[in-house]
Design a protein around this ligand. Structure first.
Ligand code: FPP
Length: 240
């Protein structure tokens, strides 16, 4: 049974397997992503209903640009559709949406939808839903280093950098309200890799993997993985 008093504060998800799901059904990859988006919506709802404070999803990595033009534009088209259909519900559920990553370079219509979403939901106080878009963790870390250097040269900061200050320069830092490190990272579809996702932030995260392909990921599967998390013994390098 899920203990609602001991939920992870922050869950991060690598939503993998849309392509394989589509192939199995004889559908196009974009149809797979569409089914993935429906699954994602259910998990946002479930997270909000459970009272989880932060949910981060890996929607598009800095490496995903290597996919076909058709697939890339299909994914961003879905983002526009998602915002059109679901912004109202997100707002009603008091969800605050944030983006991790440099989304200034995504197609114009998708950027406009994202801007509208961020603006509409910015004062909400429920679940914070972080969408990692054009996100890569190494790029994020280098960006932090370069921003620290720029601030040092401008006299805005001085002296050695400590962990807390470094964390504030990441996408999960000040600009997005200092997101706590993920307690739990889930990856679907049987792959067991981090794929350049939250490398700094994952230092003490629990990892849970499932063979379920992302479009088949339901709130029931989600709850079973949250239960698995609750069976783990987190020591953060110390002893009990
Ligand atoms: C991984 O499956 C999934 C992605 C790269 C894209 C995730 C996108 C969505 C869930 C829908 C779009 C939602 C937003 C907010 C943009 P894969 O294609 O790598 O699957 P495969 O490994 O089976 O090929």
């Amino acid at each position: 049974m899920l203990d609602k008093g001991r939920l992870p504060r922050h869950v991060a998800i690598i939503m993998d397997g849309n392509g394989r799901w589509a192939k199995k059904q004889g559908l196009s990859r974009v149809k797979g992503h569409n089914a993935g988006m429906e699954a994602m919506k259910e998990i946002v709802r479930a997270s909000s209903d459970l009272g989880i404070q932060y949910l981060t999803v890996y929607a598009f990595s800095t490496e995903n640009w290597k996919r076909s033009q058709e697939e890339v534009s299909g994914i961003f088209g879905l983002l526009v559709k998602f915002v059109k259909l679901d912004l109202r519900e997100l707002d009603e559920k008091n969800v605050r949406v944030k983006v991790l990553g440099d989304y200034s370079v995504i197609p114009a219509a998708a950027k406009k939808s994202m801007d509208e979403t961020l603006e509409t939901t910015k004062d909400n106080t429920g679940l914070q839903f972080n969408i990692a878009l054009n996100y890569g963790s190494r790029a994020e870390i280098l960006r932090a280093v370069n921003r620290i250097q720029a601030d040092s040269l401008a006299g805005k900061r001085q002296g050695p950098v400590d962990e807390a200050e470094f964390a504030r320069y990441l996408y999960t830092g000040d600009e997005n309200g200092n997101v706590p490190d993920p307690d739990l990272i889930i990856r679907t579809s049987g792959e067991e890799r981090l794929s350049n996702f939250l490398l700094w932030q994952a230092a003490y995260s629990e990892f849970v993997f499932t063979d379920v392909l992302w479009p088949d990921f339901t709130p029931e599967v989600y709850e079973s993985l949250l239960e698995e998390y609750q069976r783990r013994d987190r020591r953060f390098g110390g002893r009990k």
